[in-house]
Design a protein around this ligand. Structure first.
Ligand code: IMP
Ligand code: MG
Length: 175
């Protein structure tokens, strides 16, 4: 069986849309600083492209989460595998995600991080698959693209750790 990648959203479209969302963030955070928190590893390419267009003072940190799985069934329990390096108290934090699927990862972060007393906490994602959402309480402040229920790769997203480097978003097809 070989894998082929079908382009779903080409590089130009991805980058034009990220620049648009960055403009909206520039307007919303006018006169403020912003502390970007990227969820490793998928958000890295998106966060870099987004940050290039931000005009306010920007700082960055990263954290990593994984879902506990028992057999093949995900129970929706999320575990922190790498914590932030810096405190977020008093900072205007923008969480940066690659994709929101069930919403379990974000539901966990949005319940855990307020205890650290950020001045504000918002959420920005490259992709959203709303039809897959289990955790309805996850409200996204900035979404670049809503997509149907495809398994996508590229622009930071992986299939078996592959394809994160593709400069576009594609769908894996097996033949
Ligand atoms: P959630 O906790 O179910 O919302 O899952 C979010 C995480 O699952 C994302 O941050 C991705 O790492 C991964 N994920 C979900 N859908 C896809 C996909 O289509 N391609 C690659 N990774 C995905
Ligand atoms: Mg992720």
């Amino acid at each position: 069986m070989s894998e082929k990648i079908r382009v779903l959203i080409d590089q130009q479209t991805v980058e034009t849309r990220i620049a648009e969302v960055a403009e909206q963030i520039n307007r919303d955070y006018e006169g403020q600083k912003i502390h970007l928190v990227g969820i490793l590893k998928g958000s890295v390419m998106f966060m870099c492209e987004l940050a290039k267009h931000l005009t306010m003072p920007v700082t960055m940190d990263f954290m990593s989460c994984s879902s506990y799985e028992e057999g093949t069934v995900s129970k929706g329990i999320v575990r922190l595998t790498k914590d932030l390096d810096q405190p977020i108290e008093g900072k205007d934090v923008l969480l940066v995600e690659d994709i929101i699927d069930s919403g379990n990862t974000l539901a966990y972060l949005l319940s855990a991080l307020p205890a650290r007393k950020p001045a504000s906490l918002k959420l920005c994602t490259l992709l959203d698959k709303p039809s897959r959402r289990v955790r309805k309480e996850v409200v996204v402040d900035y979404t670049c693209f809503e997509i149907d229920d495809y398994f996508v790769v590229g622009y930071g997203l992986d299939y078996d750790q592959k394809y994160r480097n593709l400069p576009y978003i594609g769908v894996v097809e097996l033949d």
